[in-house]
Design a protein around this ligand. Structure first.
Ligand SMILES: [Zn+2]
Length: 843
């Protein structure tokens, strides 16, 4: 049943917001004065966790009721038409990382806090009464007061207009949705510049960071805004684009219009000692958020069911723009190792959501943020569209889309309509098959009676109900073949003739831009394998990736994958190494810790990596290529897993040399040096030293490296100590807790401890981060680790009765299947896989 939208009762046009934050008293109060048109005499305005003291309509007090059960205020306006509704309210200031909230940090041992906001999806209603629906666009004039002291900076969507009697007044915004409103205040450090067109670009952080850490993002942000203005052929509509890093931040970043907020690790970095991989990641986060300034902010989804439209698009544009800004980075390769892999894995589980999902109840909204679907699969959908259209038609269509819908709202079909004006293809028809249906097809390619034939069928990992889904598949074949496969079966004609004409082995989905995998029959596969070593890196990655997925879905055997790993072990491409070791890591599930199979698998890792370690060495060399720099981490990590004695010794020597200056150790190898030290030379003193550095450093990369190493302890006493920090926000911030928890859970010596902890502390966890849209991912990480029947039963015993929580319901069911599939796969494949690993060692 559809829940009533508040917008049906009242169309806001302009807000005058007065907000007074009293940090000392942990509360705030204010007046929300809303100019608009009343549609129904009983007006509904959103609020949550507030006390409402007075409501007036056109200056006259009116009766009202309010409650958190419906997250609103029911106002008896007694009239319709133009009106001014003013609401006086107060609310507590809490540490939930939603609404208005404090972030905590230290400078030289002194505790400080920075106040910031997070309103997406439905948390603006916790900061000021409003019609908190994306369609209810209005202009906002913010007046902000707080217990201010000397040296504090205050930011909002728009520049400050004036300060009067301690109240900061900001310029009126353009028409926008409430979830994009933002402000922040506290002691800050900043760097600013201007774009060619005069937009003020800024990067802001706490004073725990140095100016140098702001330079990288400032440069990317400036050039990104310039690129988008050109690519979209639509000017950036605000005078400023500020990027602010908040020490406590639940998601990765948030595209508030003109004041984008970020997790510190995704905005700040030491340009002199951060891995290229991390720089790429930060650049894609910044360009993602800035893509939203148009796609999401200027034109906004009508309702949350079209959230994918915002996210899928921004997720594609982040790569498109970084590829333009830094062509030498080959950023689309990262798309293959991150988005493609994530989407293909998640989307193969029966019960997964489709990209476009009906959503009525606001409580369902946060459960929609399935990253692997909304972001990763969605962006693959748009990459597919882009490769069908080409950039010129895409730009033309987008310009039309922005012209038609700017300062308004749109749905998916509005985009397809705009794009269809620039091409002969019926983009909408093609895309509906991909967006409205969950899952994706495996295309079987085979030779039958001399003919080359293709069939499509939904691909499942684990049990899946075949319901006859069919997709419009952009084939991108390197043989003569139709552009789109619409039918279940396709006969391409005489195979020998086609093979002779093409002059190479058949491959489909060349470039891996369409969302499907291919299962070739033996003849076709043998033909490909003859050319495999000469294929480009993306094709090699794709070969490994499709084999891995087919093995997960029991349409191939992991035993047959082992020899393919050997084939690529000396590849000098980092993305091929990524695919190789992602696949090799899957073999670990068959080899219980300490078993003979485990010993063999580690020997295989050593065999796969040893020539590369010898070639590259442990320490980065001056003048080496980006490929070598990025390949080294994969092979060092594999070498340590392979218990290579020489690697362990070298890593230890490097540690000893840098023991007093670990922050200066090259970020490219630092995590592996630290992990080796903890795993092979661990002690209580070492744990204490590393956690001390973790608390003291403001460098996000160094922090991550330290965390990655600390959780690898093999000592139960140390692990217990680590788990005891989970509830101590002074050591482990709630925003970082999931990473710490999963780190200990992934460590075989810590699995039981972490699992006990989450069950014992569930009530606390729910209270601390339970309202958060990322909360369900605590369950996701559990599903990545569990692989026995006992754990499956324990999982059910603990989580089944939590399915009544709408935010967790879908994830609990999905992850139950993920664990069941793994238990089943191990039972049926274990003996064969371990025999194949043993056989590979005999060669
Ligand atoms: Zn986004």
């Amino acid at each position: 049943m559809a829940v009533k939208r508040f917008y049906e009762t009242f169309h806001p046009d302009h807000y005058d917001l007065y907000i007074d934050v009293d940090r000392a008293a942990r509360s705030f109060s204010g007046t929300s004065t809303i100019h608009g048109e009343i549609q129904e005499e009983t007006v509904l305005v959103h609020q949550k966790y507030m006390t409402i003291s007075k409501v007036t309509v056109d200056g006259k007090e009116v009766p009202f009721t309010f409650g958190d059960d419906f997250e609103g205020i029911k106002i008896e306006a007694g009239k319709t038409g133009e009106a001014v509704i003013a609401i006086d309210y107060s609310a507590p200031l809490t540490d939930t990382m939603m609404g208005i909230y404090p972030s905590y940090y230290q400078v030289d041992g002194v505790k400080k806090e920075l106040i910031g906001t997070q309103f997406e999806t439905t948390f603006a209603r916790e900061a000021f009464p409003c019609v908190d629906e994306p369609e209810a666009k209005a202009t906002f004039s913010l007046a902000l007061k707080f217990d201010e002291h000397e040296g504090e900076t205050v930011l909002a969507n728009m520049p400050e207009d004036r300060v009067e009697n301690g109240v900061h007044y900001f310029k009126e915004t353009v028409r926008m949705s409430s979830y994009l409103v933002a402000f922040a205040f506290g002691e800050m450090r900043s760097l600013t510049t201007h774009t060619k067109s005069g937009v003020l670009i800024g990067v802001y952080s706490t004073q725990a960071h140095t100016e140098k850490e702001l330079t990288f993002s400032l440069d990317i942000a400036k050039r990104a805004i310039e690129f988008y203005e050109d690519f979209y052929q639509t000017p950036y509509p605000l005078p400023q684009s500020l990027q602010l890093a908040l020490p406590d931040f639940s998601a990765g970043a948030m595209e508030n219009w003109g004041l984008v907020t970020y997790r510190e690790a995704y905005l700040l970095l030491d340009p002199d000692n951060t891995t290229l991989e991390m720089k790429k990641l930060v650049a894609t986060v910044v360009t993602h958020e800035l893509a939203h300034q148009w796609f999401g902010d200027l034109v906004t989804m009508e309702w949350w069911d079209n959230l994918w439209l915002n996210e899928s698009f921004a997720n594609m544009m982040e790569y498109l723009s970084v590829d333009h800004l830094e062509p030498n980075w080959h950023i689309w390769e990262m798309f293959q190792t991150s988005e493609a892999a994530a989407a293909l894995t998640r989307d193969a589980t029966d019960g997964v959501q489709s990209v476009h999902v009906e959503v009525n109840d606001p409580a369902e909204i946060d459960a929609l943020f399935d990253g692997a679907i909304v972001y990763a699969k969605g962006s693959r959908m748009l990459v597919m569209v882009r490769s069908l259209l080409g950039d010129e038609a895409l730009r033309k269509g987008l310009k039309r889309y922005f012209d038609e819908h700017k300062f308004g709202n749109a749905a998916g079909d509005d985009l397809w309509d705009a794009l269809s004006t620039a091409t002969d293809l019926n983009i909408g028809e093609i895309m509906h098959t991909w967006l409205d249906q969950p899952g994706y097809p495996v295309v079987n390619a085979f030779v039958e009676d001399g003919h080359l034939k293709l069939t499509q069928k939904q691909f499942f990992i684990g049990e899946g109900k075949e319901v006859g889904r069919k997709w419009e598949i952009p084939l991108n074949a390197n043989f003569k073949a139709p552009k789109i496969m619409s039918d279940v079966e396709l006969d391409l004609g005489d195979y020998q003739a086609l093979r002779a004409e093409a002059g190479h082995a058949l491959r489909l989905n060349v470039g891996n831009n369409s969302h499907f995998i291919v299962k070739y029959d033996q003849t076709l596969m043998d033909d490909i394998m003859k050319e495999a070593k000469d294929l480009d890196p993306v094709s090699q990655l794709q070969l490994l990736q499709d084999l891995r997925l087919l093995a997960e879905g029991k349409q191939a055997s992991y035993a047959d994958v082992v020899p393919v790993l050997e084939l690529f072990k000396n590849s000098e491409s980092h993305i091929v190494n990524d695919a190789l070791y992602t696949t090799a890591a899957k073999l670990r599930q068959f080899a219980p810790a300490g078993s003979e199979a485990d010993k063999n698998l580690r020997a295989l890792y050593n065999d796969l990596s040893k020539d590369q370690v010898a070639r590259l060495g442990w320490l980065p060399k001056a003048g080496e290529s980006d490929e070598d720099i990025q390949t080294r981490p994969y092979v060092l990590s594999a070498s340590l897993y392979g218990r290579n004695a020489d690697s362990e010794k070298q890593a230890h020597e490097i540690y000893v040399e840098y023991a007093d200056k670990l922050a200066e150790l090259s970020a490219d190898i630092r995590p592996y040096v630290l992990i080796n030290e903890v795993e092979n030379y661990g002690s209580s003193e070492l744990t204490d030293k590393l956690i001390g550095l973790y608390q003291a450093t403001s460098d996000p990369s160094f922090k991550m490296d330290l965390e990655a190493a600390i959780v690898k302890s093999k000592d139960e006493g140390e692990l217990k100590k680590i788990v005891s920090w989970f509830k101590n926000a002074e050591i482990v911030k709630p925003q970082d807790l999931r990473g710490w928890f999963s780190g200990v859970l992934f460590n075989p010596a810590g699995e039981q401890l972490a699992w006990n902890w989450i069950r014992d502390e569930w009530a606390w966890l729910e209270k601390t981060v339970g309202g958060d849209m990322e909360f369900a991912t605590f369950i996701t990480v559990i599903s990545r680790v569990f692989k026995t029947k006992e754990r499956y039963d324990e999982y059910n015993a603990f989580f089944t009765d939590k399915e009544s929580n709408m935010l967790l319901n879908r994830e609990i069911k999905m992850d139950r299947k993920v664990i069941a599939n793994r238990v089943d796969l191990i039972a049926s494949e274990q003996a064969d896989v371990n025999a194949a690993v043993a056989a590979a060692l005999q060669k």
